[in-house]
Design a protein around this ligand. Structure first.
Ligand SMILES: [Fe+2]
Ligand SMILES: [Fe+2]
Length: 317
């Protein structure tokens, strides 16, 4: 984490709600009595979190990605507003902020000689990245243990993260109910994958979701292409090539993933979901408009109006 990153974060927050204090000074010598002892139910023993950390500890390797997931936080209550009363050692701080029902949280810890990001989900720490100038970067359990022994001053930012990447809205409509439903499902699977990664789900669970995403995407592309053939959509060829390009890219990734050469990271999921979003909003939208202009009977007239209004609101063409 660089000071620039923190400045950006500060700027981002102030533009949304300047009244909320989100950065606190934490001194290690001032552990308030009421913070000791920490209730057992709220403290995951480190042996419990270990398995979760090892698998996806490199999730937080990319500052721009961290910024991205922060920006995905819901604007109202995502940043903790009760932090100003919180003081203690890092381990107390982390543990005392975790509650079983909590969704994904990102803690950014900035000290004189360390910078750390901790991703938590409920009471589970799912990823840790620690950077110590002169000592380098460590991840996972090593990083957590080092943090646990830290005794210097730190500043902490806590962000509550969204439980989804983005949601399907009327602006995604292509005016054809069957295709819209397929897109909704695709977005749902992408969101499931996102939450599986943040929550540090077992690889087996992530694999199942990933495989269903790959299969469903192929099925969906075939469905669209059948419609193009049936009604003579003139830009079918270039559209088909976009589908093929995506399938090829995903297949390349899957090959490396299955060979254990690559992990499914948030960067990769970000790429997949952004491709899907942009494709629906531009290329798929184009065939929707064409079908509408041609008066093809499968068009859902109600969605045309809803979609156009939503797109106008969002400044989309
Ligand atoms: Fe599509
Ligand atoms: Fe498409």
């Amino acid at each position: 984490m660089t000071p620039g990153f923190l400045r950006k974060l500060r700027y981002w927050w102030h533009t949304r709600d300047p009244d909320v204090r989100y950065i606190v000074e934490v001194g290690v010598d001032e552990i308030p009595e009421e913070r000791k002892p920490i209730p057992k139910t709220m403290v995951p023993p480190f042996s419990y979190v270990a398995e979760s950390i090892e698998w996806n500890s490199r999730l937080l390797d990319d500052p721009s990605l961290v910024l991205y997931i922060l920006e995905a936080a819901e604007s109202k209550e995502e940043f903790e507003t009760r932090l100003h009363g919180l003081q203690g050692q890092v381990k107390h701080l982390v543990a005392s902020r975790l509650e079983p029902e909590m969704g994904p949280r990102l803690l950014i810890i900035e000290g004189e000689r360390l910078n750390a990001w901790i991703l938590t989900y409920g009471v589970i720490i799912t990823a840790v990245r620690l950077e110590e100038p002169g000592l380098g970067v460590s991840y996972g359990l090593d990083a957590l243990h080092a943090l646990d022994e830290w005794t210097g001053k730190v500043r902490v930012v806590v962000a509550k993260l969204r439980r989804y990447m983005y949601r399907w809205g009327p602006e995604f409509s292509v005016y054809i109910r069957g295709v819209d439903n397929q897109h909704r499902y695709l977005v749902t699977v992408l969101n499931n994958l996102y939450i599986s990664i943040l929550a540090g789900e077992e690889k087996k669970v992530v694999d199942e979701t990933l495989n269903s995403l790959v299969d469903y995407t192929k099925f969906h592309f075939r469905s669209e292409e059948k419609l193009f053939d049936k009604y003579g959509y003139p830009r079918a060829e270039s559209h088909r090539r976009q589908h093929e390009g995506f399938v090829k890219k995903v297949a390349e990734f899957m090959e490396q993933y299955e060979a254990g050469e690559k992990q499914l990271t948030l960067s990769i999921l970000h790429f997949l979901s952004e491709w899907v979003k942009n494709h629906i909003l531009t290329s798929d939208h184009d065939f929707g408009e064409w079908f509408y202009e041609k008066g093809i009977p499968i068009i859902d007239e109600e969605m045309v109006e809803a979609c156009r209004r939503a797109r106008q609101r969002l400044g989309l063409q």
